[in-house]
Design a protein around this ligand. Structure first.
Ligand code: AMP
Ligand code: MG
Length: 319
């Protein structure tokens, strides 16, 4: 690709988030096919519609198993496995707690402690029964709900990447509101992905992450939250307590090949905190993380697949 290759940006609002597609050719028909693909995927995974595959499983909780497509089955199987890792704060059955808090939707009050305790009983990942032969999912207790909100975007970003590869696109970027997946390099080298400054204007950046052919996923407590009596309640919940996770972190960014990994690890690492995460990640050389702490430190697990340029003057527009 020539260094001055022109970028064409296409945008839409899907899944309640702004979606951005960058190509190096003017191809509106390809862009619409990408957006249609995203919409179709969202319709499978959302819990904000009554007729999605995931909602069919949730509606049948305590009653019967529901057969799903192979990709949905595989994603739920992986999400269950991650939920059962020792000490994991990722929980695929977090749905009843998420619904109760309604953070990011209409939620603006702290639920009753007894309510939360009762709901925790409905969030045991062991109660998700998977049958490979019938490709079916059964939630053993009435009231249980699967929630793939933490990983659906990562999964869909990879589906888009694979679709673009099949279309012979070598250089592109898809941003699903916080989940960025890149194909190849940007115009004149790496893609420059902005790392947002927590609790600041949306275009205010801490720095730029430069990557080629990698996914960059950020999960932060400044994305969706409400304030009540001077306390902030955000959207990543601790399955053990039923309350928002509370540690030294403001955000975790993961750089990896697959965006589904980025999405899983951001939540897992969030729950572990910086110290444990740094040890944990030593076994996974292809998963790298950037932690931003409440006292504004930026900590890297390693920097093999990307470079980071701090940006004091945060007015630059990137991605
Ligand atoms: P993300 O924006 O990727 O950080 O995902 C946040 C979303 O994940 C929330 O809005 C919930 O739908 C869901 N969620 C919250 N807490 C958890 C948890 N402990 N495990 C799995 N999913 C969660
Ligand atoms: Mg996530």
């Amino acid at each position: 690709m020539t260094p001055d290759a022109r970028v064409y940006a296409y945008s839409a609002v899907l899944m309640g988030s702004p979606i951005l597609l960058k190509l190096f050719e003017h191809n509106e028909s390809l862009a619409s096919r990408v957006f249609r693909l995203i919409k179709q995927q969202e319709n499978i995974f959302t819990v904000n519609r009554h007729d999605s595959d995931v909602m069919a499983i949730n509606h049948a909780a305590g009653s019967h198993a529901v057969a799903v497509s192979q990709p949905v089955f595989d994603l739920i199987q992986r999400a269950k496995a991650v939920s059962l890792l020792p000490g994991s704060c990722f929980n695929v059955t977090i749905g009843p707690l998420v619904k109760r808090w309604k953070i990011g939707f209409s939620g603006n009050s702290v639920p009753d402690a007894g309510d939360l305790r009762a709901l925790i009983a409905l969030t045991d990942p062991n109660d998700v029964i998977l049958d490979e032969t019938t490709r079916s999912v059964f939630l053993q207790k009435a009231g249980m709900e699967i929630d793939l909100g933490a990983i659906a975007k990562g999964y869909i970003a990879d589906v888009v990447r694979d679709f673009l590869h099949r279309e012979k696109v070598e250089h592109a970027l898809i941003n699903l509101g916080g989940n960025v997946q890149t194909l190849g390099a940007g115009g004149d080298g790496d893609w420059a992905i902005g790392l947002k400054k927590p609790f600041s204007a949306p275009d205010s950046l801490m720095g730029v992450i430069n990557v080629t052919g990698k996914s960059v996923v950020t999960s932060g407590i400044y994305e969706r939250y409400f304030e009540h009596h001077g306390r902030r309640y955000h959207h990543i919940l601790d399955p053990k307590t039923g309350y928002p996770l509370d540690n030294e972190l403001l955000s975790v960014t993961v750089i990896s090949d697959d965006s589904i990994d980025g999405d899983i690890y951001t939540t897992l690492l969030y729950g572990m905190g910086v110290e444990k995460s740094l040890v944990y990640l030593q076994q996974f050389p292809n998963i790298e993380a950037i932690f931003v702490t409440k006292d504004h430190q930026v900590i890297f697990s390693s920097q093999r697949q990307f470079t980071f340029v701090p940006l004091e003057n945060s007015d630059r527009t990137v991605y």
